[in-house]
Design a protein around this ligand. Structure first.
Ligand code: WTA
Length: 637
């Protein structure tokens, strides 16, 4: 397997970039030629950001799983597609070759068909990090069903909201999931979610933890029983459904600045082409390399860089069930050593938490297989960057700082490992095909270098979000209405003297906690559901490990007698409504919030107080009740 579109020098990058801007259609058409199509496209691109309406590879027909699996069978059938490292150190790992993965995906695709799943149906996957999760995703894609993976840390309420939004009638889950020392009760949570989702027809349960669970007749079935039925049918090969280039591949919910998560929809062909292109170029993947992305498949990073791009490239993807520092702080380095990992892709929050254990956990671990390191999900601070470089990469592995989003499908701005220059805490340069623009609040483009602004993208790329499920207007308002004829990322950005980009963080009301996106409005909604709460305001503050922590200001109908208990109760409510990932780190009870005369909460002031910047709060004269600011300052937790 070779990659004709792999860029191998800085000069080549500049050439490719130039061509991608001057002749985008020719550029992407040449790359798309490298994939397996049932029928080639008639036209490369049609677009209108006003609606928005973006279509790539028009009338092209394909199935992404033929690109991920079938295409490799002759030449790479015996190559490991997935290496699975279990949570517990004692349990043996699994290696699944392309041939085996092809077989398992076919088997499970037949299970889905036997259970009535058809093209276009939405299937919710709420599972732990077991090989059966990518198998189920690919099986959905094989028959044209749209998967919607929900991260295992979301609560029953969050699942129910997503099931209703997607009208998902099928669920695949586990009895439980291992994650570090915990056993996550997946099926119990699904059962709670389904109380409000009577439209769900079938729940397929994969047994991992042997936990006692309830199984409702005519609705819940066991994964292994269903596989046995397919074996009895003689394991028929499932014809991959012929999909239109623009048919949706999956929905993935993500937080925005409103209270309700959005179902980001990705297409089949554009997602395949751009994610694979980015994978091969950013990581400079070479056939045979072991690629270890530590993300959970419940997030976009796992979808793209554990499953689809790696498999489309015929690569070997290592997936790990557990946590980086469990059962001991050296676990991650043991895995790198054991599986001779070549590419390690993780989040700054993981680097910072491993850094906190010092260097002892690295002793005796052979990390010499590593060639490329990557980070994603949040801005990386220079200290963490240098630690990663010195102690993990031993100063011989390029670090790629990859900036992208659920909505972009794959990496947009990043250095290409060892090919284009890197700079600590800078994502650096856009990939070919990506045209970043900085704009001011009025939407005027900020040209030149050494400037900051809001980051927008001016031209479509193949894996751009197509819609938000069931509500296209929301997609338009969120991403395409703020600035004329541009996709707005929600991030702030600095462009240095050399033209390198540095992402400075969100400019909307979205927090980035341990690399996870959480909308402040969602957390506020959850807090407001707590009994006695009249109003709340949530902001982020710098947190040593998590990047950002969640700080909540809460007004109760009466000041609680036992504040600690009240804080713990509110935390519990948030965990129940959204999930443990959204639990506030700090809760301060206040009697009022700083508001303008028109009733708008001045978050800028709340943010400064949470950050501990008490001296310079800016102009507070427009506040309805300036006195409240002093009270909040004094009561800071
Ligand atoms: C942030 C994760 C700085 C950013 C792939 C973005 C980053 C949000 C970086 C998307 C990076 C992601 N440097 N910030 N390299 N990568 N972000 O949708 O604020 O979970 O908008 O996608 O994470 O988060 P999401």
């Amino acid at each position: 397997m070779s990659y004709p579109f792999q860029i191998t020098s800085y000069g080549q990058y500049k050439e490719a970039y130039k061509k991608s801007v001057e002749q985008p259609e020719q550029f992407w058409s040449d790359i798309a030629e490298q994939f397996l199509w049932r029928k080639k496209w008639d036209k490369v691109l049609e677009w209108d950001f006003k609606k928005p309406d973006v279509k790539w590879f028009i009338n092209g027909k394909l199935n992404i799983t033929e690109n991920c699996l079938d295409r490799h069978l002759d030449t790479r059938g015996q190559v490991p597609a997935l290496i699975w490292e279990p949570n517990g150190k004692e349990e043996p790992h699994k290696v699944i070759t392309y041939k085996e993965l092809h077989f398992k995906v076919n088997q499970f695709a037949q299970v889905l068909k036997n259970n009535g799943v058809k093209k276009g149906d939405r299937v919710c996957l709420y599972m732990g990090m077991v090989p059966e999760l990518p198998i189920a995703m690919l099986a959905c894609a094989r028959i044209g069903a749209i998967h919607s993976v929900i991260f295992g840390g979301f609560s029953a309420q969050s699942i129910s909201d997503r099931l209703q939004d997607a009208q998902a009638e099928y669920i695949i889950t586990g009895d439980g999931a291992y994650r570090g020392g915990k056993d996550i009760p997946l099926k119990n949570t699904i059962d709670d979610a389904l109380v409000t989702c009577p439209f769900v027809k079938r729940v397929i349960v994969y047994v991992r933890t042997q936990s006692p669970i309830s199984m409702i007749g005519h609705r819940d079935v066991w994964w292994t029983d269903e596989i046995k039925k397919v074996e009895a049918q003689g394991n028929p090969l499932v014809d991959a459904e012929e999909m239109d280039a623009e048919d949706p591949l999956f929905i993935l919910y993500t937080s925005g600045s409103t209270g309700k998560p959005k179902g980001v929809v990705h297409s089949s062909a554009g997602y395949m082409v751009y994610t694979t292109y980015s994978f091969v170029n950013v990581f400079q993947y070479q056939p045979g390399d072991v690629h270890f992305c530590t993300a959970d498949i419940g997030w976009i990073t796992g979808h793209t860089y554990i499953v689809y791009s790696v498999l489309c490239a015929g690569g070997t993807s290592l997936m790990y069930e557990g946590l980086p520092a469990w059962p001991d702080a050296g676990r991650m380095w043991d895995i790198v050593d054991k599986h001779k990992v070549n590419i390690l892709y993780t989040a700054p929050t993981a680097i910072r938490s491993l850094m906190a254990y010092g260097l002892a956990p690295l002793e005796g671990k052979d990390l010499s297989s590593l060639k490329v390191l990557g980070t994603v999900g949040e801005p990386i601070n220079e200290e963490a960057w240098h630690w990663y470089d010195e102690h993990i990469g031993k100063k011989r592995c390029p670090i790629v700082d990859t900036w992208w989003q659920t909505e972009t499908g794959a990496t947009m701005i990043s250095n290409l490992a060892g090919v284009t220059p890197s700079k600590p805490s800078y994502a650096t340069l856009p990939l070919p095909g990506i045209q970043p623009v900085l704009v001011d609040e009025q939407g005027k483009e900020i040209t030149g270098n050494d400037v900051s602004g809001n980051l927008c993208i001016r031209f479509p790329w193949p894996s751009i979000i197509r819609t938000t499920y069931g509500d296209h207007e929301r997609c338009r308002l969120n991403y395409f209405a703020t600035y004329d004829n541009m996709y707005f990322t929600g991030d702030g950005c600095y462009r240095d003297e050399q033209g390198f980009y540095r992402i400075t963080g969100r400019v909307d009301d979205v927090l980035n906690v341990s690399g996870h996106r959480i909308g402040t409005a969602e957390v506020e909604n959850a807090i407001n559901m707590h009994t006695g709460v009249l109003e709340s305001a949530v902001v982020g503050y710098p947190h040593d490990l998590k990047g950002q922590g969640i700080y909540a200001y809460v007004i109760m109908d009466a000041m609680p007698d036992n504040k600690q208990l009240a804080q713990a109760d509110i935390t519990q409510t948030v965990a129940r409504i959204i999930g443990p990932i959204a639990r506030p780190d700090k809760i301060q009870f206040v009697t009022g919030l700083p508001k303008t005369r028109s009733g708008k909460i001045m978050r800028r002031i709340l943010r400064k107080i949470a950050e501990g910047e008490l001296a310079n709060l800016g102009d507070t004269s427009t506040l309805l009740d300036p006195g409240v600011v002093n009270e909040i300052k004094e009561g800071r937790v």
